[in-house]
Design a protein around this ligand. Structure first.
Ligand SMILES: *[C@@H]1O[C@H](CO)[C@@H](O)[C@H](O)[C@H]1NC(C)=O
Ligand SMILES: *[C@@H]1O[C@H](CO)[C@@H](O)[C@H](O)[C@H]1NC(C)=O
Ligand SMILES: *[C@@H]1O[C@H](CO)[C@@H](O)[C@H](O)[C@H]1NC(C)=O
Ligand SMILES: *[C@@H]1O[C@H](CO)[C@@H](O)[C@H](O)[C@H]1NC(C)=O
Ligand SMILES: *[C@@H]1O[C@H](CO)[C@@H](O)[C@H](O)[C@H]1NC(C)=O
Length: 669
């Protein structure tokens, strides 16, 4: 069975608006084919030209439904327990039955319905992505926003002060279009909008728009985190510091043609109203096309890597990348490092390639051990900084040894306290979490044999079959993550060869629905076959009372495992930077326990999802971490409240170094 799947498209009939019977009908996808920049309207005209083929509809629904039988949070998400009771209320199976029973003329409308339904889970592990529509074109407006206080501390939405600088560097080939599109006196004056206070968006108070977006943005349980996604922010990635434009300025689907803003520009007093168009840029993962046929064949049908494959099939090399990897929120992982377990978010926007303006980039020297998304610096004589934009990078070995050497560098440079910046960290290698925690906190009951949550796997009928395959020696080369020989039970001892560890399972009732979970699984890092590159030091390198973690709430998966165990076991304090003052800020979300995609020998089982016909992905989380404060419930649904909610100011916003200094002043010195 394969969790990442896709397939062949029987091209649905096209329908054209024939305005002039003398002209031959224009292919609406030829209008945008081969172009870099187009209008969202033209993208929609292409997307909405394809009728929904009933075979495609049935295939996608069957794959999603059968895949979700493994999604561990499914029944919890019908009505999440407090503190997320107002945030997650999605009965996805009922919703999918409704979608199945609805007639959609257009494939695009069907896609929108599926995308919205899965995003209502507010769980970045469990989204539906279809590469035919998602990020084929990315839709931009040159006005990233942020939330800043006025003289009395009231928070207002502003166009980012750095807006023009960022967009003119990123969109040099489109900035003139926007300059010319501005109305009246504003023509050519895009720069004068930077820093402007926003009084209304489309005639409504700005937070109406922020909350409307939070209702469909998905990803995180907590409202505060989804609100924050509307605004611009930063993230350290492999190549350097990137700038996230935020959900207002960047959208994965061509939903809007323009936006009307009422603003007060800097140093002015009277409100002005302007309309600014969205523009669509060809996505970084799109296969170039020039008409409907080539759009469909290049982007809308299953490819090698869409569906699972038999890893024991002779002579079949693995595809370069699986489709799911294009949507994982982490740097691309090299082929040699792919056997290591990752726990990471999916999202329908690719990683940002927009650069953080140079004057906002930290100027501190990187210390030895710095590698890709993980950077080590000294802020002053005693404060070490660890930047963790991801818990993964191209090479697992380099990343892990970088963590070890980086921490030793901080220690030998005189570091006695630590700031760890995880802003926008979507997860990564599970064992990086455990290793980092163990090196910082030293050997103790919470770090030995590993510093991760124990967890249980959701067990449906097909999972029991999978357990039977493993117990019958179905994975002799131990290539699969869920081979019992690669797992440990509650006693941290390896599971016994030959037993079906998924049977018996333990029945529970979740939101009135019968459900079932496996025995407790524990130690998985370091894995027997893959020990840590260097044995962790015998003593704690840092006093965890002098460790503070900084983020914007957007920390998920492996990142959440790190923050939750450091916070709840070691008393490490968490700071959420940004956010609306009267909204509680959770320091992480989408804890999960493991999101995976793999293949076993059950391809022809009636409960196994068939191969997908389209180039799509349905994510899931199969295991749920057991709660620390309340071990009777998954950690997923427990509180992760920040110790300090630090509102942004003009000096701090999108300026990592200024934030580190401010947090050090408030929390450490
Ligand atoms: C969708 O509805 C059809 C017709 O009732 C049914 O045969 C099919 O099994 C349903 N698909 C899913 C995935 O439930
Ligand atoms: C606004 O006024 C201040 C103070 O006079 C000045 O320093 C600043 O450059 C002005 N900014 C703009 C965008 O006009
Ligand atoms: C589309 O592009 C391909 C490859 O560049 C080319 O072979 C083909 O002729 C083009 N088709 C059209 C309709 O322009
Ligand atoms: C930090 O170290 C530098 C160079 O060793 C020294 O000049 C400075 O006084 C130190 N500062 C503090 C606050 O200890
Ligand atoms: C596990 O059991 C199978 C037989 O079911 C055997 O072939 C295999 O070598 C065993 N593996 C280990 C590591 O003991």
């Amino acid at each position: 069975m394969a969790f990442a799947l896709r397939s062949i498209i029987a091209l649905g009939g096209l329908h054209f608006a024939l305005s002039n019977p003398i002209q031959t009908p224009k292919d609406p996808c030829a209008v945008i084919g081969g172009q870099t920049w187009v209008s969202p309207k033209d993208v929609r005209a292409c997307y909405t030209s394809v009728r929904l083929d009933p075979i495609i509809k049935a295939n996608i629904l069957e794959v999603i439904t059968k895949t979700l039988a493994f999604h561990a949070s499914l029944n919890y998400q019908i009505q999440a327990p407090p503190p997320y009771n107002d945030d997650v209320q999605e009965d996805l199976m009922t919703d999918l039955a409704r979608i199945n029973a609805t007639d959609y003329a257009l494939e695009y409308d069907f896609h929108l319905a599926l995308s919205r339904a899965t995003k209502r889970l507010n769980d970045g592990h469990a989204v539906w992505v279809n590469a035919c529509y998602v990020s084929m074109f990315v839709n931009f407006i040159p006005l990233p926003l942020n939330l800043l206080p006025d003289d009395r501390g009231n928070q207002d939405v502003h166009i980012a002060h750095e807006a023009f600088e960022v967009v003119s560097a990123e969109f040099p080939d489109q900035i003139d279009f926007w300059q010319d599109a501005l109305p009246g006196n504003f023509r050519g004056q895009l720069e004068s909008l930077s820093g402007a206070k926003v009084l209304a968006i489309n005639g409504r108070p700005p937070f109406d728009e922020v909350n409307a977006n939070a209702a469909i943005s998905g990803g995180y349980q907590a409202l505060g985190t989804r609100q924050n996604a509307f605004f611009s922010s930063y993230r350290r990635l492999s190549e350097g510091w990137t700038y996230l434009l935020g959900d207002f300025a960047q959208k994965s689907l061509p939903l809007d043609d323009q936006v009307e803003l009422t603003v007060i520009r800097v140093n002015r007093t009277s409100p002005e109203t302007i309309t600014v168009p969205y523009r669509s840029r060809i996505g970084p993962t799109a296969t170039p096309f020039n008409d409907t046929a080539s759009w469909r064949s290049g982007n809308c049908v299953a490819k090698p890597g869409t569906n699972g494959r038999n890893i024991y099939a002779p002579g079949e090399p693995p595809p370069e990348t699986s489709s799911v990897e294009s949507f994982e929120q982490q740097p691309a992982i090299g082929q040699a490092s792919k056997m290591h377990a990752v726990h990471v978010m999916l999202h329908d926007t690719p990683l940002s390639t927009v650069l953080l303006p140079e004057h906002l980039q930290p100027t501190l020297t990187p210390l030895p051990g710095s590698y890709g998304a993980a950077q080590f610096h000294m802020l002053d004589n005693k404060t070490g900084i660890i930047v963790l934009g991801s818990l993964s990078d191209k090479s697992y070995d380099n990343f892990m040894s970088g963590l070890y050497h980086g921490l030793l560098s901080l220690k030998s440079a005189g570091g006695t306290q630590l700031l760890i910046d995880v802003t926008n960290n979507g997860g990564g290698f599970v064992c990086a979490t455990s290793y980092l925690h163990r090196i910082i906190a030293g050997p103790k009951s919470t770090t030995e044999p590993q510093a991760l949550l124990d967890k249980r796997i959701r067990v449906g009928p097909l999972a029991k079959e999978l357990g039977r395959v493993f117990s019958a020696g179905g994975d002799p080369a131990m290539l699969m993550l869920f081979n019992p020989l690669r797992l440990s039970g509650a006693d941290s001892q390896p599971l016994k060869n030959g037993t079906n560890w998924l049977d018996p399972s333990f029945d529970v009732i979740v939101n009135g629905r019968p459900d079932s979970f496996s025995q407790v699984l524990s130690k998985e890092c370091p894995l027997g076959n893959y020990p840590y590159p260097f044995p962790p030091p015998d003593e704690a390198l840092f006093d965890t009372k002098k460790v503070v973690i900084i983020g914007n709430g957007k920390c998920a998966s492996a990142c959440s495992l790190f923050l939750v165990t450091m916070g709840k076991h070691e008393g490490v304090r968490n700071v959420v930077v940004g956010g609306k003052k009267d909204v509680k800020q959770q320091y992480c979300g989408a804890v999960g326990g493991q999101a995976s995609h793999f293949t076993a020998k059950l391809k022809n089982h009636p409960l196994a999802p068939p191969d997908l016909l389209v180039d799509g992905v349905q994510g899931i989380v199969w295991r749920l971490g057991i709660g620390i404060d309340n071990p009777g419930e998954p950690e997923e649904w427990q509180d992760h409240l920040a110790d300090l909610n630090l509102p942004l100011t003009r000096e701090l916003v999108n300026n990592p170094l200024a934030i580190w200094k401010e947090v050090t002043r408030r929390m450490l010195n």
